[in-house]
Design a protein around this ligand. Structure first.
Ligand code: PLP
Length: 365
């Protein structure tokens, strides 16, 4: 096979996992070289959060638009381009719109995004606007936006880019492949934030496919975390007015609810919730103890790991396995997406005169 690049050059997840994806020679590959994100070993964070675990962070903030949404979007937009789409649409809490706008820009497809008015993180809004998408702030929440997208795509020649589009999940499942390829085995536990529940569904699909192919011998327990103010899967019913600082998971009626519950039950995992206070503390502690700065939603599973370790959840697994369980938590989006929240929780810098002695005094020397 000939290619423009060779050797160590990464050419995006469609080229890397082509055999596992529904693409053909006819599919134009719309890529920004997404995927191949770092799986970062985090021993200092583990010592503080979960001393019974070996903890790894899958840093999806390293994708081209700063979130895992790029994995689904390279597939969804490639397939839309294959179908000859001229216009595409999505509803978004922010990251889907940033990814859709970027991949549609590559493909030359007009992109329309529906975001909740006044409730999207600053960085995500900037990304959608600068990429030339038509950005409509609707007077409603994500769930309202998704309802409109479903109606319009069913009745007009407009491609649907939300994760109801099955190609999104196909792209996203490659996150599980990368975890296994990197470790050489499957983790014991896979932690992940849950909003619309597409990603937990996709990871579980990816792990099961690798298992069926004999590439891994075991399957992880899938552990999803929601925010307490937007926890329909924990409560067992939809939430009409979801509220949380973690805007990426501020979703009251998840489109993939059934699949998420199936992933939980088939894997022997759990879906639980944490409060906004726990989320913001875990966000700051994760950055301070691992160097990985994720947006608030990413801290939900990390706060969950902390909570479960305190309850003895991993101590039991450690005893059963005869070693520390390997835990992967997905840091789904970059902390720079939401600078306002980060600055609000961490405070402002101390102002000192521009003198050696002032700096020395301030640092206690
Ligand atoms: C979209 C998103 C989520 C939620 O993923 P779902 O597939 O909707 O469950 C979590 N974190 C970030 C950063 C996201 O962008």
């Amino acid at each position: 096979m000939t290619s423009l690049s060779s050797g160590m050059m990464w050419r995006g997840l469609i080229e890397s996992y082509r055999a596992h994806l529904p693409v053909s020679e006819q599919t134009p590959v719309i890529s920004l070289c997404e995927g191949n994100t770092p799986l970062v070993y985090a021993p200092r964070l583990a010592a503080h959060f979960a001393p019974d675990c070996e903890l790894y962070l899958k840093f999806e903030g390293a994708n081209p638009t700063g979130s895992f949404k790029d994995r689904g979007m390279t597939m969804a937009v490639s397939k839309a381009a294959e179908d000859g789409a001229k216009v595409a649409i999505c509803a978004s809490t922010g990251n889907t719109s940033a990814a859709a706008a970027a991949y549609c820009a590559v493909a030359g497809i007009r992109c329309v995004v529906l975001i909740p008015n006044n409730n999207i993180a600053l960085g995500k809004l900037a990304q959608a606007m600068v990429s030339g998408a038509t950005v409509l702030a609707i007077e409603g929440n994500f769930d309202d936006g998704l309802r409109i997208v479903k109606d319009l795509t069913a009745n007009y020649p407009i491609a649907m880019l939300n994760s109801l589009n099955p190609y999104r999940l196909e792209g996203q499942k490659t996150g599980a492949f990368e975890v296994c390829d990197f470790l050489g085995f499957a983790p014991d536990f896979h932690f992940i934030p849950v909003g619309n529940a597409g990603n937990i569904t996709a990871y579980w699909k990816g792990y099961r496919e690798y298992h069926e192919l004999g590439k891994i011998e075991t399957l992880p327990k899938m552990c999803g975390f929601q925010a307490a103010g937007a926890a329909p899967l924990v409560l067992g019913h939809g939430v009409d007015a979801p509220e949380t600082v973690a805007t990426a998971i501020r979703i009251g009626h998840p489109a993939r609810a059934e699949e998420a519950l199936r992933a939980r039950d088939e894997s022997g995992g759990l879906i639980d919730s944490v409060t906004d206070e726990e989320i913001l503390l875990a966000q700051r502690e994760t950055a301070a103890l691992s160097g990985i700065f994720g947006e608030p939603a990413c801290a939900a599973p990390l706060a969950g790991i902390k909570k479960l370790n305190a309850q003895g959840y991993f101590a039991q697994a450690r005893q059963e396995l005869g070693r520390k369980p390997v835990v992967v938590s997905v840091v789904t989006g970059h902390g720079l997406k939401d600078p306002n929240t980060a600055i609000r929780i961490s405070g402002s810098p101390t102002v000192v005169p521009a003198k050696n002695e002032s700096v020395l005094k301030a640092i206690g020397f």
